[in-house]
Design a protein around this ligand. Sequence first.
Ligand SMILES: [Fe+2]
Ligand SMILES: [Fe+2]
Length: 337
Amino acid sequence: MARLLTVTLGCISLLYLQLPGALSLGLARSRPPTRHRAEVTGPNAEFPVDLRPEETPDPDPPLVSQPDMEPGAAKDKDSFRNYTSGPLLDRVFATYKLMHTWQTVDFVRRKHAQFGGFSYKRMTVMEAVDMLDGLVDESDPDVDFPNSFHAFQTAEGIREAHPDKDWFHLVGLLHDLGKVLALAGEPQWAVVGDTFPVGCRPQASVVFRDCTFQANPDLQHPLYSTELGMYQPHCGLENVLMSWGHDEYMYRMMKFNKFALPPEAFYIVRFHSFYPWHKFGDYQQLCNEQDLAMLPWVQEFNKFDLYTKSSSLPDVAALRPYYQGLVDKYCPGVLCW
Ligand SMILES: [Fe+2]
Ligand SMILES: [Fe+2]
């Protein structure tokens, strides 16, 4: 309740701020404008061990017993994902305003068609990591340095906590590579940021929920504006159309290129930005047993995705040989993007 009040007050105050010109474009009913990510904290919900199915591979002790640890945290846990204040707030809000205005069922379907053939570029995983040297995520209130460092920070955090799970280390490196879309001319609001299901009413925990969706046409749609929207109860997140961005694109790219990783890896990549679900427990009406089984993995990953963000940058050159070995093992060669 207190968080909701804080966010609401933040939204109201932001409406009175001088916002970048790009925001006014978001309110105009024409083509989606170009360019432009973010997030909110909360306790890492414990997941009932008895809901984990037999086939979920060996959840190790850290997954079960240390849900609140802050791997490599360089600052206080509660200071991450601040959407009510901070030096980057205007940029973050502008990105979400555009995203929440233009991400519709129709828009997402068009992006699936546009990028589903993976004919944009051919390159290796490490070449994609290098591309992210040129990207600063405009939705992220905690990071103002190139995304390539974040890839290694996340991977190293996981490696330290889970030394026996090399596939998990690689997920840390891979998870944001879909952001190369922003370097292919896609606007950041269609690449970065928290994700949410389209085709149903956005739920309360979506960032800036109360002040960014006013101009989204789907909220006037008789079906898409309802709680279940175009979905059947407990249809499973794999059957839900998520807002388009780097999660879904990278998941599909990994499938297309037949990455030799476990199902958990694909799932983590696909839903790592779905904070309204994995952090706040919303959208339960869309989840099935598989989603509940995978949730602890997404939450475990999130500790490293979020709390390893630090301005103390890793020695990428020294780390590179280790990760090149993982790439060669699980996703070698030149890939289709
Ligand atoms: Fe991400
Ligand atoms: Fe990330």
